[in-house]
Design a protein around this ligand. Sequence first.
Ligand code: PBG
Ligand code: ZN
Length: 337
Amino acid sequence: MSHIMSPTFPTVRLRRLRQHPVIRDLIRETELNLDDLVHAIFIKGDKGDKQPVLSMPGHYQIPLSKLDEEIEEIVNLGIKSIMIFGVPSTKDAYGSDSFDDQGIMQKAIRQIKKLAPDLLIISDICFCQYTDHGHCGFMDDHHGCIDLNNDKTLELLVKQSISHVQAGANMLAPSGMIDGAVITLRRALDEAGFEHIPLMGHTVKYSSAMYGPFRQATEGAPKYGDRSRYQMDPANGNEALREAAVDIMEGADILLIKPAHTYLDIIYRVKQTYPHIPLCAYHPSAEFSMIKAAAEKGWINEKRVVFEVLTSIKRAGADFIVNYYTKEVARWIINKE
Ligand code: PBG
Ligand code: ZN
């Protein structure tokens, strides 16, 4: 008998467990469910046609006149949560559309809530697509250098947040990496009687090239400079734990890490360090588009790659994933393709 046939040799035992599909299901460690996926969509304008986002095949800037169709499709696919990004028709130094009762987000949120009251709306809270300079907050002169004014940005973030919640948003995701955003928004929400609205801080957000297509979709690329002062250096991992500690102290209900697939080590470390705090990973636009592009060329099996990538993000420690593939995953699950 060769050593490989020995009853104590571990690979033999693993093969025994793999040989029957039902056993494989019984012992599977990570399961990807539709309930773990938040679908991200872009909304722009009152009427007209959906405008394709060229770098994100299958995604559109959806006008309010076409939003009901989109929401019906999402609900019929069994999707229970969405994250929405508004693209305003006017931009200024303050990002005023973001806290205007007639702003794109406010109108969209009210419309979605009316049509699908049970669909969870997570609202992105930031300024980059609303400001004329494309930065994530209010910019002014700091000793001859134009930089983000953190305190003024916090003030404006409060206005935006309260306005989104008044329109019907169920959860807020401040995404700008603005210092003190979580504690400031928590206090403001509580004071305004919105104690029940959870905050999902963009705890760990890298200054990443994985957001390129998103900036096209939201027309929010910075007109000068970059976001590396307020977003994290991709070379640093330990810093993620410091950012997580701060957000937890500030009262974040859920931590968010972005990007996801290129930062599995960060997801793993944050989950191992704070296993008791819910963790969300954001699979961003370029991580979506890279898979799409290879799939369109016929170089990969799209469905298998998507399930493998999303499963790996959960296996690393994410409880759920914001992503651009939820509709396709839902169809794949429904059609058992
Ligand atoms: C900005 C914001 C970004 C994303 C969501 N909100 C990135 C950025 O441009 O800094 C990226 C999401 C994606 O790429 O899908 N507040
Ligand atoms: Zn931003």
